[in-house]
Design a binder for this molecule. Sequence first.
Ligand code: SAH
Length: 467
Amino acid sequence: MKHFPIFVNLVGQKVVLAGGGETAVAKLRLILKTEAEVHVFGSDAVDQIVAWADAGRIRLYERALQAEDCWGARLVYAAQDDEILDARVARIGRATGAMVNVVDNLKASMFITPAIVDRDPVTVAIGTEGAAPVLARHIKKTFEDALPPSLGLLARLGQTFRGAVEVLPMGRKRRNFWSKFYFERGPLALAEGGEAAVKAELASLLTTNVESKDLAGRVDLVGAGPGDPELLTLKARKLMHEADIVIHDQLVAAPILELARREAIIIEAGKTGFGHSWKQEDINDLMISHAAQGHHVVRLKSGDPVVFGRLDEEMDALDAAGVDWAIVPGISAASAAAAGMRVSLTKRKRNSALQFLTAHDVNGFANQQWWDLAQPGAVAAVYMGKKAAAFLRGRLLMHGAASNMPVTIVENASRLNQRILQATLMDLPEVLETSSVNSPVILLVGLAPRVTAKAMIDLNIAQTEYS
Ligand code: SAH
């Protein structure tokens, strides 16, 4: 990010703009949304600018800008559509210590003006650092459509009530009050009886909330999916918006944590196989103590919490503590890996069973039904299998598996840095080693990535089904 977005208070501040044409008009339309003191310098100003001057909304000087004109200015805009003249204004502006913007000239500007959706006091500012104005326009339209024009009025009325609402304890109760107001009762009241009805609604909603019982805390055990935020369920997304506390595993991808409420407390409780780890009991205690304080806890687990997530230990602890909880399933790494390989995990006549197995359990390398797994056509998704690759190979070969049995390594399934490496049972440990696989990885034993018809022709190979 080269440009940091901020909202500058321009009440009573001097803003200087050089230019009198249509470019100047476009910028002035935005600046005039504020309560700044606007000084415009330009001969031959177009009618709109003259009209603003006549109405007292700007001060118009029909001459070129001089150094002293910028003294005390907070912002200086060069909007003359003339590179040389604009460069002069920019120099003057910089010399007086103002922030300078040269319209449509990113390089010469100290700041840029975003596209704005105005629902004052709610303002959405959209910037693409000049990279994609079309994108900014599209996003602006999306927000324009999503935010009704009445939102500004509701927010202003709500603002006058903020002090009164402090009688509600901070956290879920207060938040519930505001979401009910903004998304349910406020818009209804406004439509039915205008501003007066909204004020009455605020008062009655507050009384109801003050009198309502304190909300009990709860824990949702939520699947975060394999990493791509678009693979979150709608329910998971909604809960992330509501949670007071998010306790997540190390594997949960950063873009997903971004979806938590800004005020939410986010705690990483990593249980890495081989590094510093949180103890399961500590994680249980953490969930229980926050729930006991009336907080809504989202316990975010990678993939699907019901797959190798030590879920029973958490459910048992929550039950023992009398905390209310629910499970929200997610997309497991195996499903995402298969999607990345463009294959199905099951196939008629190939495998009518599918195994999800972990290469590790409490006793180290996990023992499995090796005989079944070694059969032609068998398919297994191996979680936490990196360190156990050589062990896996040994056991499968010993039980009669073909040495050329395909094994696909999918690293970072569904993420931007997803890698799919093709191996056989024989060279699996070597491929893992030489490809420096360091991120979460799942092994799909018995499956090779789908080869497209075109790729087969290009490579001049026939797709031989493993059997
Ligand atoms: N509940 C999770 C599994 C947790 S066990 C799920 O349903 O996916 C942790 C293991 O899952 C990792 O060691 C790795 O084998 C696998 N894993 C999780 N996310 C992954 C991803 N994005 N890509 C590949 N493997 C992943």
